[in-house]
Design a protein around this ligand. Structure first.
Ligand code: IPM
Ligand code: MG
Length: 355
């Protein structure tokens, strides 16, 4: 197969981890005889520095004309510490999501047996945890208008806005996921307080009628946050709005033992984007210590979702699992003998090639 992959490394540790992702893609290409073409473009703080725009038009064009996008991370402390900055790296990520119509962010949470003891939760709670969160990605409070500050600067406001069609399409997708899994779907909202959440409930219940086999339950987000920790094994598929999904997936990621492990796929109307869920980890930038596994597992999702290459995806996952079993992992997972980002990437690429 011929594949054109847009590479958006972004900021902080982005370039280092994406480099490992590309290594793994190339190993898969060599092993299974796929022709892969990679082309890089700017996004985030590095794009602001170079062009003044966190998501330049050329980057958008490249994404549109590619079969998939491999994305690293964005964010730079220079902007985090400047609340007055007019242009921010995060706007690049949000613009990309909006312009590519990436309305669904799929974040699978699975545990690896060799890592069970790394979780802050008890082993018996974590064993067998396997669920997927579908986070709505182009609506809600991240994009609602009006947003801003009053003239005197003493008041600020954000708006959470959802339209019926936005809820319908993601709940439908979540039901499709549930049908392929254990047929259980938790719709997470705050319907006791928020009007948008009440619309979510109404629309979700309607969509649910199209899927009589899916057992749908509704959960307030505060309760869901608690249950994720108390009983993570009970979830199968979870669907929720943009901001709740952002928060709950960070929470869910530590169940697996490291935030550095969680991959994601953002899918929608144009090219899909594959990225680890962690941020740009600026403290580690250039140190070759960040965990590349979230990115490498995102490559597995890319093989599966963008190219329907299930065997390739399975081999990437197997290689990742083996690296963990062999304790060939970065410092977040091994204090005794940590390996560098690139060593882990090399090990995994090598495993794939030799298999
Ligand atoms: C994520 C990130 C982003 C988000 C930030 C960087 C804007 O936290 O992808 O989860 O909030 O969506
Ligand atoms: Mg987040």
């Amino acid at each position: 197969m011929k594949m054109k992959i847009a590479v958006l490394s972004g900021d902080g540790i982005g370039p280092e981890i994406v480099e490992q992702g590309i290594k793994v893609c190339k190993a898969i290409g060599a092993k299974f005889n796929h022709k892969m073409e990679f082309e890089e473009a700017l996004v985030g703080a590095c794009a602001i520095d170079a062009t003044g725009n966190p998501f330049p038009d050329e980057t958008f064009e490249l994404c549109k004309n590619s079969d998939a996008v491999l994305f690293g991370a964005i964010g730079d402390p220079k902007y985090d510490n400047d609340p007055k900055a007019k242009v921010r790296p995060e706007q690049g990520l949000l613009a990309m999501r909006k312009k590519l119509g990436l309305f669904a962010n799929v974040r699978p949470v699975t545990t690896f047996s060799s890592l069970l003891d790394k979780s802050p939760l008890r082993r018996d709670l974590v064993e067998g945890v396997d669920f997927v969160v579908l986070r709505e990605l182009t609506g809600g409070i991240y994009f609602g208008k009006p947003q801003g500050r009053s003239e005197d600067g003493n008041t600020a406001y954000d708006s959470s806005v959802y339209h019926r069609y936005e809820i319908e399409r993601i709940v439908r997708l979540a039901c499709d996921y549930a049908m392929k899994r254990d047929k259980r779907l938790s719709v997470v909202d705050k319907a006791n307080v928020l009007a948008t959440s009440r619309l979510w409930r109404e629309v979700a219940a309607e969509v649910g009628k199209e899927y009589p086999e899916v057992q749908m339950d509704f959960m307030f987000v505060d309760n869901a946050a608690m249950q994720l920790i108390q009983w993570p094994g009970k979830f199968d598929v979870m669907v929720t709005e943009n901001m709740f999904g952002d928060i709950l997936t960070d929470e869910a990621s530590v169940i697996t033992g490291s935030l550095g492990l969680l991959p994601s796929a953002s899918i929608g109307q144009l090219t899909s984007v594959f990225e680890p869920i962690h941020g740009s980890y600026p403290q580690a930038k250039g140190k070759n210590i960040a965990n590349p596994l979230g990115t490498i597992l995102s490559v597995a999702m890319m093989m599966e979702y963008a190219f329907k290459l299930n065997k390739e995806a399975a081999l990437v996952r197997e290689a990742v699992e083996k690296s963990m079993e062999n304790n060939f992992v970065t410092e977040d997972l091994s204090k005794v003998h940590p390996r560098s980002t690139s060593e882990v990437g090399d090990w995994i690429a090598d495993y794939i090639l030799k298999k």
